[in-house]
Write a protein that binds this ligand. Structure first.
Ligand code: TYD
Length: 207
């Protein structure tokens, strides 16, 4: 029987440098999995499907009630799991996602203050006990991240949030790590790009 693929997610507050490292990581991981005839499916949340990308556009640009926001994140996620993630893993491919459920706990929970029990109920509903095999968290203080962000493009609804918001978001990411340390690799994102690449290389070798 063909082995199931692995599910890897990248997380971090806006400005942590996650996007910079994703493409590099994908290429290195693809080389590794190609040796056993597998592919790396690269995807993102919110998004990853036609419906999910339409929801992303709404979520990133349209004001809405906080509970609506959380429900739409999980609706997009259900579609993503059913259409992309589960089929890919079942056929033995690997999936690399730019964000997943930890982001909803961090942003809608930590950042915006939605009670955690509601998010835990949605998490159970949408994914049962399913969790990433590995989550790479790019960790950085909120003020450093905001300096990095200000150089970049037009901010969306999340990127324009306050430093206090990102402090809470970061704290919730770190709480998720405490809760399930075995699935996380926390990377100090204040380090240089080459240093971070050494860490990522070690991670790839170990999975
Ligand atoms: P991001 O992943 O940072 O992509 P880009 O680099 O293109 O801006 O953007 C997605 C935004 O959505 C980010 O600000 C975090 C937010 N988000 C949530 O608030 N909750 C979620 O569950 C997810 C997946 C993302």
């Amino acid at each position: 029987m063909m082995a199931r693929g692995k599910f890897i997610t990248f997380e971090g507050i806006d400005g942590a440098g996650k996007t910079t490292h994703l493409a590099w990581f994908r290429d290195r991981l693809s080389e590794k999995v190609a040796a056993s005839g597998r592919e790396v499916v690269m995807t993102r949340e919110p998004g990853g499907t036609k419906l999910g990308e339409a929801l992303r556009d709404i979520l990133l640009h349209q004001p809405m009630d906080l509970e609506t926001e959380a429900l739409l994140m999980f609706a997009a996620r259900r579609e993503h799991l059913a259409e992309v993630i589960e089929p890919a893993l079942a056929r033995g491919d690997w999936v690399l996602s730019d964000r997943f459920t930890d982001a909803t706990f961090a942003y809608q929970g930590g950042g915006r203050g939605l009670p955690r029990d509601k998010l835990e109920a949605l998490e159970r509903w949408v994914q049962g006990g399913f969790q990433p095999d590995l989550t790479v968290l790019f960790d950085i203080p909120a003020d450093t991240a905001s300096e990095r962000r200000s150089a970049a493009r037009e901010p969306d609804r999340f990127e324009s949030e306050s430093e206090a918001f990102f402090n809470r978001t970061r704290a919730e990411y770190l709480r998720r790590v405490e809760e399930a340390p075995y699935r996380f690799a926390v990377i100090d994102s204040t380090q240089s790009i080459p240093r971070i690449q050494i860490k990522l290389e070690e991670l790839i070798a170990s999975i």
